[in-house]
Design a protein around this ligand. Structure first.
Ligand SMILES: Cc1ncc(COP(=O)(O)O)c(C=O)c1O
Length: 466
């Protein structure tokens, strides 16, 4: 028998633990210096982009631009150059920048009480919920912090609703080219495989989401039939697959500014009515007045209503807040302890939401309609003039897209507009998106169209449009 030497025995625990380092290298010894923190910089100091990239993860591709301040639809960079903002924090700063009502509401609330837990009553949360309910088809609101989180809430609600009726495998149908957010559930609902790459388990995303073609009634019917029954191999094991919900954006934003068809949405509604599945609308980008009506679903048809819809972005005018609103039978599905989030509907966020609600109730929607028509008219004029470069102009209200014929060209056009003082954002590789603050003025629409036209002319002269 071979004996192990003392030194080998001493090493054994580490050898057996494969690559685990010895404990001394895991725990940092507490020294007097670890209690004295590196102080933060004063925000008035400058920070180079190199320093920024040293400390911030590179999850965003950023333009070489640092905005210092803004007012209305104008942003000013740190060099003093001004820009016409047709991005609005990606359809978020609905009241523009430095809006006096929003500023005053948030500052007043901040100096009084900015956060308490949902263990207690928060009157402004109740008031914002009341405004949302009285101006929609919903009955009750759950507040959260972002669009993805609002969608997570809607998905959980749909699953619970289907499971309470006996389903074991609740399927949520979502549309090809949709975008619902970056958390794992919302990302799995997002039917754009490019966003899934690198985030799968066993090659799969979170299960329970199936794709349907957007605006294609026969595919919707086919997928609904397929996923509303249980495959035999699962049925014999006692499982029951049902469509728990159809979840759609009334207008696909990130997917390329594609408005939903009335016939398609009404068919989705009737399939839900016939089976008890829930109709969910993702209003995160199109909602809160951007389409010209308060909610995108109202643009589909006056007779179309979802059971559940989600909102975020413009709800706080740039202060983070999201909401999941449910109506009728759906509004009581989630009970105490079944869903929660620490910041959801805190006094600060709800003060912002109420300020936005007040402004939207005071005539902003009329502005969206008029300015939206002017923007559409201007972009159609550009399409008429540069028909060899422009494929399509589409959208609702102040959520407009101009599709270029050349693939991958949207980023280049956005960069050129930026140099000329107009901020835009692509929606996919060939669509340029126009989402100014909802308080944009007629002259600002004209200026944006003028700059965009100049850029198209430059490209034409360089022969890139051929
Ligand atoms: C339709 C839609 N849903 C959800 C989201 C995700 O929202 P958030 O980034 O606030 O999580 C977005 C964001 O662009 C969106 O456009």
């Amino acid at each position: 028998m071979k004996f192990l030497s003392l030194s080998t025995l001493l090493l054994l625990p580490y050898t057996l633990s494969f690559s685990l380092p010895p404990p001394s290298s895991i725990s940092t010894p507490i020294t007097s210096t670890s209690l004295s923190l590196h102080p933060p910089r004063d925000p008035s100091e400058t920070l180079t982009s190199t320093e920024f990239n040293q400390y911030v993860q590179t999850t965003y591709g950023r333009y070489p631009l640092t905005i210092s301040h803004g007012e209305g639809c104008t942003l000013t960079d740190t060099e003093g150059k001004t820009y016409l903002d047709f991005v609005a924090g990606i359809a978020t700063c609905c009241l523009g920048h430095s809006n006096p009502s929003l500023t005053s509401a948030v500052s007043t609330q901040m100096s009084k009480l900015h956060h308490v837990s949902n263990l207690y009553y928060i009157p402004s949360q109740g008031m914002l919920a009341e405004w949302l309910v009285k101006n929609s088809c919903g009955d009750k609101v759950f507040f959260c912090n972002s669009g993805a989180e609002a969608n997570e809430g809607a998905i959980k609600l749909a699953r619970k609703h289907a499971i309470s009726k006996g389903a074991t495998d609740p399927v949520v149908l979502t549309a090809v080219n949709s975008f619902h957010g970056r958390t794992l559930g919302a990302l799995s609902a997002t039917q754009q495989p490019k966003y899934h790459k690198g985030f799968t388990y066993g090659g799969k995303m979170v299960q329970g989401f199936k794709p349907v073609k957007y605006n294609d009634v026969s595919d919707l019917e086919k997928q609904f039939r397929k996923y509303n029954r249980t495959p035999f191999k699962d049925w014999v094991r006692g499982r029951k697959r049902r469509v728990a919900a159809i979840m759609l954006e009334p207008l696909q934003g990130e997917g390329g500014i594609t408005p939903g068809d009335k016939e398609y949405f009404l068919r989705a509604r009737s399939l839900c009515d016939a089976t008890g599945a829930l109709m969910i609308c993702d209003e995160v980008q199109v909602g809160m007045g951007r389409s010209g009506t308060l909610w995108g679903y109202q643009n589909i048809s006056p007779t179309f209503t979802p059971d559940v819809f989600t909102t975020a972005k413009a709800l706080g005018g740039g202060v983070p807040i999201g909401a999941m609103i449910a109506g009728g039978k759906a509004s009581t599905v989630l009970g105490p302890g079944e869903h929660a989030t620490t910041y959801g509907g805190n006094p600060l966020a709800c003060a912002a939401g109420l300020a936005v609600a007040k402004e939207l109730s005071g005539g902003v929607l009329e502005n969206v309609k008029s300015r939206g028509e002017e923007l559409k008219g201007g972009l159609e004029g550009i399409k008429g003039k540069y028909g060899d470069m422009v494929e399509d102009v589409r959208g609702w209200g102040l959520l407009m897209g101009l599709e270029l014929k050349e693939p991958n060209m949207a980023g280049d056009v956005v960069g050129r507009c930026m140099k000329k003082g107009l901020l835009l954002v692509p929606a996919g590789l060939r669509v340029v998106r126009f989402v100014p603050p909802l308080i944009v003025k007629k002259e600002e629409i004209e200026e944006a169209v003028r700059i965009f036209g100049e850029v198209m002319e430059d490209i034409k002269e360089e022969g890139m449009g051929k």
